[in-house]
Design a protein around this ligand. Sequence first.
Ligand SMILES: *[C@@H]1O[C@H](CO)[C@@H](O)[C@H](O)[C@H]1NC(C)=O
Ligand SMILES: *[C@@H]1O[C@H](CO)[C@@H](O)[C@H](O)[C@H]1NC(C)=O
Ligand SMILES: *[C@@H]1O[C@H](CO)[C@@H](O)[C@H](O)[C@H]1NC(C)=O
Ligand SMILES: *[C@@H]1O[C@H](CO)[C@@H](O)[C@H](O)[C@H]1NC(C)=O
Ligand SMILES: *[C@@H]1O[C@H](CO)[C@@H](O)[C@H](O)[C@H]1NC(C)=O
Ligand SMILES: *[C@@H]1O[C@H](CO)[C@@H](O)[C@H](O)[C@H]1NC(C)=O
Ligand SMILES: *[C@@H]1O[C@H](CO)[C@@H](O)[C@H](O)[C@H]1NC(C)=O
Ligand SMILES: *[C@@H]1O[C@H](CO)[C@@H](O)[C@H](O)[C@H]1NC(C)=O
Ligand SMILES: *[C@@H]1O[C@H](CO)[C@@H](O)[C@H](O)[C@H]1NC(C)=O
Ligand SMILES: *[C@@H]1O[C@H](CO)[C@@H](O)[C@H](O)[C@H]1NC(C)=O
Ligand SMILES: *[C@@H]1O[C@H](CO)[C@@H](O)[C@H](O)[C@H]1NC(C)=O
Length: 835
Amino acid sequence: MPSYRVLLSVFLTSSCATVNAALPALPDDYDVLQYIDPLIGTANGGNVFPGATLPYGMAKAVADTNSESNQGGFAYDGSNVTGFSSMHDSGTGGSPSLGNFPLFAYAECANDEVDGCVFPKKSRATPYKNGTVESHPGYFAISLASGLHADMTAAHHTTLFRFNFTNAKSPLVLLDLSDLSDSRQDNASISVDKSTGRMTGSAKFLPSFGSGDYTLHFCADFKSSAELRDSGVFVDARASTDVHDLKISRSINGYPLPGGGFVRFKSPSDGVVQARVGVSFINPDQACSHAESEISDFDFDSTRKAAVEQWTEKLSPIRVSRTGVKSSVLTNFYSGIYRTMVNPQNYTGENPLWTSSEPYFDSFYCLWDSFRSQIPFLTILDPASVAQMVRSLIDTQRHLGWLPDCRMSLCKGYTQGGSNADNILVDAYVKGLTDGINWEHGYAAVQKDAEEEPYDWSNEGRGGLDSWKKLNYIPVEDFDHVGFGTLTRSISRTLEYAYNDFAIAQMAHAMNKTADAEKYEKSSGAWKNLFKKDQTSFHNKTNTGFVGFFQPRYLNETWGYQDPLKCSNIDTSGAICSLQNTGPETFESSIWEYQFFVPHDMAALITLLGGPSGFIKRLDYLHEQNITYIGNEPAFLTVYQYHYAGRPAKSTARVRTYIPDYFSPTPAGLPGNDDSGAMGSFVAMSMMGLFPNPGQSVYLITVPFFESVSITSPLTGKTATLRVVNWAQYNSLNNTGGSGFIQSATLNGKPYTKNWINHDFFTEGQDLVIVLGGNETTWGTKPEDLPPSLSSSSSDLNSRGFGSYEDFESKGIYVEGGPQIARQFRPYDATHFGH
Ligand SMILES: *[C@@H]1O[C@H](CO)[C@@H](O)[C@H](O)[C@H]1NC(C)=O
Ligand SMILES: *[C@@H]1O[C@H](CO)[C@@H](O)[C@H](O)[C@H]1NC(C)=O
Ligand SMILES: *[C@@H]1O[C@H](CO)[C@@H](O)[C@H](O)[C@H]1NC(C)=O
Ligand SMILES: *[C@@H]1O[C@H](CO)[C@@H](O)[C@H](O)[C@H]1NC(C)=O
Ligand SMILES: *[C@@H]1O[C@H](CO)[C@@H](O)[C@H](O)[C@H]1NC(C)=O
Ligand SMILES: *[C@@H]1O[C@H](CO)[C@@H](O)[C@H](O)[C@H]1NC(C)=O
Ligand SMILES: *[C@@H]1O[C@H](CO)[C@@H](O)[C@H](O)[C@H]1NC(C)=O
Ligand SMILES: *[C@@H]1O[C@H](CO)[C@@H](O)[C@H](O)[C@H]1NC(C)=O
Ligand SMILES: *[C@@H]1O[C@H](CO)[C@@H](O)[C@H](O)[C@H]1NC(C)=O
Ligand SMILES: *[C@@H]1O[C@H](CO)[C@@H](O)[C@H](O)[C@H]1NC(C)=O
Ligand SMILES: *[C@@H]1O[C@H](CO)[C@@H](O)[C@H](O)[C@H]1NC(C)=O
């Protein structure tokens, strides 16, 4: 490769002598909050929470609707508003999450009697005025058809609502002992203080995608220019100003009996009643003390300003050049980043389940989604918070016995496949996070996932470990008497357990646990045992011509069968591919898509799938026949896996087919559930041109959507920069990723031909410059340019002749291949980050 200097002179003497070959300017600083639109993903099943919150905040204020798709509270789909509540998750599937203790407000009650106000949630639902919804970081506003204008902001455990009525004769604000999914259990309670109107209480609810229950406490205070007129409690549709304490049962028919408290004011001169709601998982007193300390004087503007300052600070490390891009492109990008920090939620000091000085994070919803790019992205942008999340995961294991795979509302969430916390811990480990993390405990936690089967592996850990250890795959129709879980997904679980073991092996290796490293490197090859080399795939009753697919395998080692297109995006059979007991052998995805999930050994996979050209044909077919669905996380890495077959330009071209077409900055702009910011991170990392292979210190380089990107590492203070020469020339499309491909690159001024970089790029503040041209070139295509793979140094990608797992074994690659090859794999040596 010619050096960058040489290239410059080529450009200067070519016919495009007018091209300014000087390096593009680095991004200037600017207010990024103007480019954050929290309403992206609030329609069309994105389920995004668009309300007011701090980064990782526990209190989250928004107007809740009765939409079928109200998982995040508000849905921008013309559904009706049922309340204003203070706890939410964002972008989740499953049942609607949280939405506890909604408030509702009236300018007056009919006939001036409290019974003249409508209390039950079902009957009080009110349309909102379209066009009045406004959302910014730390702020949400909406007007209802009733004439109520509500706006809201939040501190960490406290929300603040401003109810502004036209014609407020005697406004009433009620608080309902319910949640979004009406999951309240028996004996919820509320007390209303007659003299101040303060409401305190508690109720028990169910988590939205998990086991157990949780109890949440609240403390609501009200402020108005008018005097408090009266107060009381309501049950069903009737209220009384004489009763101020209520303990209410769940009621019959599984639907919680409506019940709660209310306050009523005389007529406020400014039409406004404010409500401040503190929440706590500990007790009502703690909810009150949060409220009093976080929003002491009901000052809306200063609370909002503090939220804006926190968001500004969180987004300060990253800037992209605004040259030649529409503001909608910037909005797409920065809003994606914003969504990565809405969940998980920081419940430190709010965990009643065990006593610990470690941080406690919740709403990991779910790690199967967030390990792929969200947490890796935060490791770049906000490593101090990721370190706390990792400490929390480890502390959870220490106290509950297992790392979670999903966790919400202090409860265990359901496992979807592998033990994905392993990937997250190891991603943080190989990227050098230390910051108070006890990595010996971390290692013990991930190793336990690999070694010990929990009694109930629907909620944690892995199932089928006896079979796994004996057969080196998860059999279909397994016999498992050790632990219990949904005995399905044998293919996706095998692939995911294999990757989890690779992750553990990396950590073992860096910790000098050599025997463990060898053991887990070996078992990380177990994916090969489900590869049926003569399996075909039919599409529209026509043979696709591709031979060799993963297939289910029985305990007796004979093959079962699952159509490789089953559960794909084009499967019209109506198959449900989730956690049901009779489910298929792949989770939320097809064999066609899962065939690419060998993130640690792409070289071996490529060989099995027919070498680079056969592999690329398959990957093209996956995308072009609409088999994959970019709205679900397993699709993410498939966009970029061309890199491993020496065709990085095809990854760049592929990204452009998905962004902005499937990810646009509109309420309906997301292709599926945002999954707590997982989709947001996909947009952000794709647009910045560096996508992670999670669990490894590997970022795949594609052409960014911006002329320059700079990211300052909060750990080292050094600034990594990515600059694109000739960007304008190939950005004529202007709102997409442009049309150029990488011709050459330099890293810190030296020619760079690898199509990937490692995490040093960010922590060392390296300088990557890529030069664009109109056509794909040989840049990044040679074996030595490819990202690392476990069983290969990548130098003989085409020459390996093995075609099945038996061949792997007979050639000793699977059985003995690991350690020394693997050592080359690691871009870091252990001393690098001080273990
Ligand atoms: C919303 O409320 C209006 C007026 O009460 C009613 O006509 C409409 O059916 C409701 N829509 C939903 C989705 O509840
Ligand atoms: C509400 O407004 C949005 C944008 O302002 C528009 O896209 C949508 O169609 C409107 N919905 C209704 C029900 O009028
Ligand atoms: C309440 O609404 C009135 C009328 O729209 C407006 O003048 C006033 O500023 C609002 N007050 C607050 C606190 O938003
Ligand atoms: C609810 O309270 C009643 C009355 O105090 C008590 O009998 C019952 O056991 C309680 N139920 C639960 C589930 O705590
Ligand atoms: C691209 O969009 C920017 C911002 O809207 C505009 O200033 C510029 O002229 C556009 N460039 C082209 C080539 O259309
Ligand atoms: C989480 O909350 C605790 C307690 O409020 C605080 O000390 C810590 O800094 C927070 N962590 C993050 C990442 O914001
Ligand atoms: C692993 O061994 C190497 C070589 O002996 C040593 O330099 C390194 O500090 C060890 N690492 C750990 C985590 O013990
Ligand atoms: C399969 O049928 C669908 C719908 O008719 C069509 O869009 C698609 O191109 C066909 N694919 C193949 C490989 O025949
Ligand atoms: C292997 O097990 C499967 C499933 O139980 C059964 O259908 C098949 O007949 C068995 N094959 C042999 C050779 O035992
Ligand atoms: C791909 O599948 C989606 C459904 O997930 C469908 O809406 C879309 O039209 C399909 N695209 C093509 C090109 O067939
Ligand atoms: C790409 O290469 C082809 C064949 O060499 C050439 O005709 C074409 O002009 C090139 N395109 C661009 C945009 O440079």
